[in-house]
Write a protein that binds this ligand. Structure first.
Ligand code: ADP
Ligand code: ZN
Length: 765
């Protein structure tokens, strides 16, 4: 229902009430508000503009949904019926265009799909304008425990804690009554920080003179390019799965299609999983297109984000590369949307409104009458299924561009090796020999271990208790570089204990007598440990590590990859970060220390993710003339994710996995809604979850939807919140939306609980 704005004239408001009407949303308020305005004094007012509106005794920042439409007439009637006068905008009102009206249907679609108010969608998608650079921004610092604060500080802190991007002072002033003293106090307490730096260059106007390189494209690339370009020229929607093995030249196809879009005077939007990947990609795009490319992602500072946004909106740049949130870029006349590495789970937003940029790309393309290309060597099963049921057209690139020789795989069954046969804890003889050969040939190697740290956990030798996080139901990982235990869920960190909290046994500590064993044993490994093992086994090799501990910024990341490129690094050890997209000519060997990491997590996508990771990382090898070689170490050598990686048979993997999904009614055969309930007391989490499940079950029964739970989430406690979850499975999203909608509208639950609705969940933990 509309919440209608209340009276209270200010001197600034016109004395006679103008007849023209507009509707705004004022995030974070959820309702829609009606105002009157004078089109003579404010001719620029139109849908898609940001505008300051009077709200109570203050001014607030609103976003115009529409003017003088049926919506306004209906609201005006309603207000009249209730005897409320429509408030008028001040004559000095200066609107700022944020989107064009053509974008609104996309936001409205999202609001409906995710059962969220339009106001929240706008708040998520549209950055706040920043004109003077004098408007500093703030963001919250994550702390393990909720701090005790007075009401004013709490309001500001809570507001910032829910925002993923930094927020400007002016927004904080309007939305939660922030003032400089309040912000200073929070900074002093280490709860928030000020961010903001001078603006980088904004993109410049240019057009492309590039032409399609038909003569160098392979037949497969030509065919794919033609099929997509046709829809760019025709201005018609079509969705494609570009299923191309690693190194087959998918990016070349994207480039050719983008060139066609630019020739047609249209724009192009490319969504990529990790913004860290974009420096190389941006260079490649700019040099090929001869055209500046705008980059949109959430770690831009607010004013940068706004400036890039405004330059895209103003049509100054026609090519945007963005991470997940780039899907909202205000491009005009889109000619194509590309989703690169479409299988990547980072397209799904993990907090707030849990949208999926890959799915939204399809909707946006449809609304823009343009083709959308989902590209991957290892498509998600949802996309693969859609391509085989005819929802997407399937385009295949079956061969690598430079190298026709297949990758050579060696599988090492760790069950058959005795500890004394291993050169080190994690390195088998086969892996070591392969590395030595790689180095002696002057080639480079990638070593994957998809777990950070030195040891997965510490265990007391006296009572076998494992050292866990006090705030989460997970173990603490030991990081030797920093000599600390770290929770990978909440970031809690502590020095290694000197005594066992369970049995009280004391660690003998560092003594000269090396006969004395330490109290805590290191269990499991991580990249740090593998790095150390390789350093001592191959002292002559130049080894580097790439994971979230080694790279804190984009610059760190670029620097490491640059060193690989210039061959200052022989071996790069890392987590899944090394598996992503890199096209490095001299990497001819890839070793996978433990293929089984992640294989046994309680998530129905575990096998799919393992297959994708193994195939992607293997695809970093042999990208030029030499044959690529891969060694995989495992304790489950028969697992289909491994066997099909070795056979390079995506289709066989997908067929087997899809049969299982079908039998168990999982996506892509059924749509899922996951409801997560968190509370500080375990008992109240259970009680609330049971109540929600009862309410949900009544609706599910009516709609013929199945419901599982409530059950404790696989990770029961995160950041001091005990978590329960409920899973609903339905043939269509519409029924799940109806469940969300009704629970949100009618459900009255304990306000202290956190209730999350995750439609199409990616994360089942
Ligand atoms: P993918 O994105 O499928 O992994 P890339 O587009 O990165 O593959 O292509 C792999 C390599 O092959 C890159 O170095 C790329 O420049 C080169 N390549 C692919 N197609 C062509 C082509 N038609 N002409 C020249 N080089 C190409
Ligand atoms: Zn924790």
């Amino acid at each position: 229902m509309n919440q209608l704005s209340l009276l209270n004239d200010t001197d600034n408001e016109p004395k006679t009430s103008p007849k023209d009407l507009l509707t705004v949303v004022i995030p974070p308020l959820e309702g829609e508000y009606l105002y009157a305005f004078d089109p003579i004094t404010c001719p620029e007012i139109k849908a898609g503009c940001l505008i300051e509106v009077p709200l109570g005794k203050r001014m607030a920042s609103g976003f115009i949904l529409s003017t003088n439409s049926e919506r306004e007439r209906a609201s005006a009637e309603q207000m009249k019926g209730r005897g409320i006068r429509v408030r008028a905008l001040p004559v000095s009102t200066k609107p700022v265009q944020a989107i064009t009206p053509e974008h609104l249907p996309f936001f409205e679609w999202m609001a409906k799909y995710y059962a969220e108010p339009l106001s929240k969608i706008i708040d998520l998608a549209v950055p706040a304008p920043s004109f003077g650079r004098a408007d500093p921004s703030y963001s919250s610092v994550s702390v393990p425990e909720a701090p005790r604060l007075g009401a004013n500080q709490r309001r500001v802190y809570d507001y910032l804690a829910t925002r993923s991007a930094p927020t400007t002072l002016s927004t904080l002033r309007t939305h939660c009554g922030a003032s400089i003293p309040i912000l200073r106090a929070l900074i002093q307490k280490g709860l928030i920080e000020e961010v903001g730096a001078p603006l980088a260059d904004s993109p410049q106007l240019s057009t492309t003179s590039a032409t399609t390189k038909w003569d160098t494209l392979t037949d497969e690339q030509q065919e794919a390019t033609k099929a997509i370009q046709k829809h760019v020229v025709d201005r018609s929607f079509a969705s494609f799965l570009l299923h191309g093995v690693t190194g087959s030249g998918k990016t070349e196809v994207y480039l050719e299609v983008i060139i066609e879009a630019l020739k047609q005077g249209r724009s192009a939007l490319i969504i990529v999983p990790e913004i860290a990947l974009t420096p190389q990609l941006i260079d490649r795009f700019e040099s090929r297109l001869g055209h500046r490319v705008a980059v949109l992602h959430s770690s831009l500072r607010p004013h940068q984000r706004w400036d890039h946004w405004a330059s895209v909106l103003g049509g100054k740049t026609q090519v945007v590369v963005g991470a997940r949130s780039g899907i909202f870029a205000p491009m005009k006349d889109l000619g194509v949307i590309v989703v690169d590495e479409e299988h990547d789970s980072s397209f799904k937003q993990g907090e707030g409104i849990r949208y999926n940029a890959r799915d939204l790309a399809l909707v946006r393309a449809k609304l823009s009458n343009c083709p959308v290309v989902l590209g991957s060597a290892t498509p998600s099963l949802e996309t693969f299924h859609n391509a085989h049921t005819g929802k997407h057209a399937l385009l295949t690139l079956g061969r690598r561009f430079f190298n026709s020789r297949p990758l050579k795989y060696d599988l090492v069954d760790l069950n058959r090796l005795k500890p004394w046969q291993m050169p080190s804890r994690n390195v088998s003889p086969v892996l070591l020999t392969a590395l030595e050969e790689t180095l002696s040939q002057g080639d480079q190697a990638f070593i994957l271990y998809n777990r950070r740290g030195f040891a997965s956990y510490l265990q007391c030798t006296s009572c076998e208790t494992v050292v866990g996080c006090p705030h989460c139901s997970v173990t603490l990982t030991f990081h030797r570089n920093t000599n600390a235990l770290l929770c990978h869920f909440c970031g809690y960190t502590t020095p290694p204990p000197v005594a066992c909290s369970s049995c009280g046994a004391k660690d003998p500590g560092q003594t000269a007598n090396s006969e004395v064993d330490p109290l805590f044993k290191h269990r499991g490994s991580g990249t740090e440990r593998v790095y150390e093992e390789l350093s001592s086994l191959l002292p002559q090799a130049r080894i580097a590590k790439l994971d979230r501990d080694a790279v804190k910024t984009l610059d760190d990341y670029t620097a490491i990859l640059q060193k690989v490129r210039t061959r200052e690094i022989d071996i790069l050890v890392g987590t899944q970060m090394i598996a992503k997209g890199h096209d490095l000519p001299n990497v001819n060997f890839v070793g996978i220390v433990d293929c089984d990491v992640g294989l046994h997590v309680p998530d129905f996508r575990a096998a799919e993710r393992a297959y994708q990771l193994l195939t992607q990382v293997a695809g970093r090898a042999g990208r030029r003339e030499k044959q690529g070689r891969i060694v995989l170490q495992t304790r489950v050598p028969q697992h289909p994710s491994l066997q099909m990686t070795i056979a390079s048979d995506y289709n066989a993997f997908a067929d087997g996995e899809l049969a299982m999904r079908k039998a168990l009614s999982y996506p892509p055969y059924q749509k899922l809604l996951r409801i997560i309930i968190g509370a500080e007391e375990k008992n109240s989490a259970q009680v609330i979850a049971t109540r929600i499940a009862d309410d949900a079950r009544a609706i599910c029964d009516e709609l013929g939807v199945s419901l599982l739970g409530p059950a404790p989430a696989p990770v029961e406690k995160v950041r001091n919140y005990w978590r329960y979850h409920i899973l609903c499975k339905a043939a269509s999203a519409a029924k799940l939306q109806s469940i969300m909608h009704r629970l949100k509208r009618d459900g009255v639950y304990d306000k202290t609980a956190r209730i999350v609705f995750d439609l199409d969940p990616q994360d089942m933990l």
